[in-house]
Design a protein around this ligand. Structure first.
Ligand code: PHE
Length: 357
């Protein structure tokens, strides 16, 4: 630095302004503040030297000194504001959570629109096939009373057939009176009751929805799954109408090379009852592990509506007859898309989910 003298005031001022500009942190600014503009500064020493000057010289030099002090002080305050802003930004950056590392690129990359999941897509496709065959689509509750889930379906309390469904009971009302529906068949009862009340027979309807069973999930079962139920209540309906409907559906949904067949079965609410099977879509009927080498996969149950069910809802079974069927939507998706393990449907693994967009 040049000699401390008023003659060098411009040089001193320039040196001070450079020193201010070079301050690199608030901490440095605070430490050096008094040596730049305070008592220990060049400007204060010069101030003291004014005493040795004539009054005229003093006025002139005093004014120049004041101007220098103003410029340096202003520069220092501006530098303080800058450094404060810089340090606040650095703190915010350091504190910000980098979610990119936590959830992967899906969320941190530009937003991808979602799409319906495979079950929703399958349900819509099934509805479309049935609507094309003249069925309406209806909805029913997931929480049912014992009456709708069992009793009206010809299973009085303690009927052994109730054991066909491992049931979740809700803690509502009397014990074991409110259930999560174990199948979509209770929706049949709602529909028939409504049709009787509104004098709206015949009925041709399908009823898709979620069902629940106390099953341990495995490759072919989930505890919360989806079924689609169908009923026809009309005049002169026979078993041939049922078999024809199942066959027409199978070909429309799975393709012309997939056959269906009915095998004798038992359900308390249909008589006669059958289980319906389709050609295994994995081996096309050759026999493989999925179909236990039979070439056939069971899709659901069906049968002619039992007169006891008609009696429960007040339909005259001498005038009306009908059939019902019910099968798993998840099982259809599994067959159609050759999904080896059904648990993939609920894992939410994006690599799986994205295949069905
Ligand atoms: N509700 C039966 C089940 O879940 C399927 C079924 C529906 C059978 C309609 C006959 C008639 O297993």
């Amino acid at each position: 630095m040049s000699d401390v003298s008023l003659d060098n005031l411009d040089q001193h001022t320039a040196d001070l302004l450079n020193a201010v500009a070079a301050l690199s942190s608030l901490e440095e600014l605070v430490t050096r503040e008094s040596s730049l503009v305070g008592k220990r500064s060049v400007l204060s020493s010069l101030q003291k030297s004014l005493g040795g000057l004539t009054p005229d010289e003093r006025r002139d030099a005093g004014a120049r000194l004041q101007e220098s002090r103003r410029r340096v002080t202003e520069a220092l305050e501006a530098r303080r504001v800058d450094l404060e802003a810089q340090e606040r930004r650095a703190t915010l950056d350091a504190d910000r959570l980098d979610l990119g590392d936590v959830v992967g690129p899906t969320v941190s990359s530009p937003l991808e629109p979602g799409h319906p999941g495979i079950i929703a897509v399958t349900q819509l496709a099934l509805e479309e096939v049935f609507v094309g065959m003249g069925f309406r689509v209806e909805d029913g509750p997931e929480v049912e009373s014992d009456w709708y889930n069992f009793e009206a379906l010809n299973m009085p309390p303690a009927h052994p057939a109730r054991g066909m469904w491992d049931t979740f009971y809700l803690e509502m009302g009397e014990p074991e009176t409110v259930v999560l529906r174990t199948h979509t068949s209770p929706t049949q009862i709602h529909l028939m009751e409504r049709a009787v009340r509104d004098d709206a027979l015949p009925i041709h309807a399908v009823m898709p929805g979620r069902c629940f069973r106390r099953d341990t999930p495995d490759a072919r079962h989930l505890a919360a799954f989806h079924q689609i139920e169908g009923i026809v209540v009309d005049r002169d309906i026979t078993f041939a109408d049922l078999a024809g409907t199942i066959d027409a559906f199978t070909r429309a949904y799975f393709g012309p090379d997939i056959d269906s067949r009915l095998r004798p079965g038992y359900f308390p609410f249909t008589e006669p009852s059958a289980e319906f099977e389709i050609t295994c879509t994995i081996c096309r009927g050759e026999g493989c592990r999925t179909c236990s080498q039979t070439g056939w996969i069971e899709l659901g149950g069906c049968g002619m509506i039992d007169p006891a069910v008609f009696a429960a809802v007040g339909i005259d079974s001498t005038t009306w007859s009908g059939f019902a069927f019910g099968f798993g939507i998840d099982r259809c998706a599994q067959m159609r898309h050759e999904i080896a393990d059904m648990r993939a449907l609920i894992d939410n693994d994006l690599r799986f989910v994205r295949q069905f967009s």
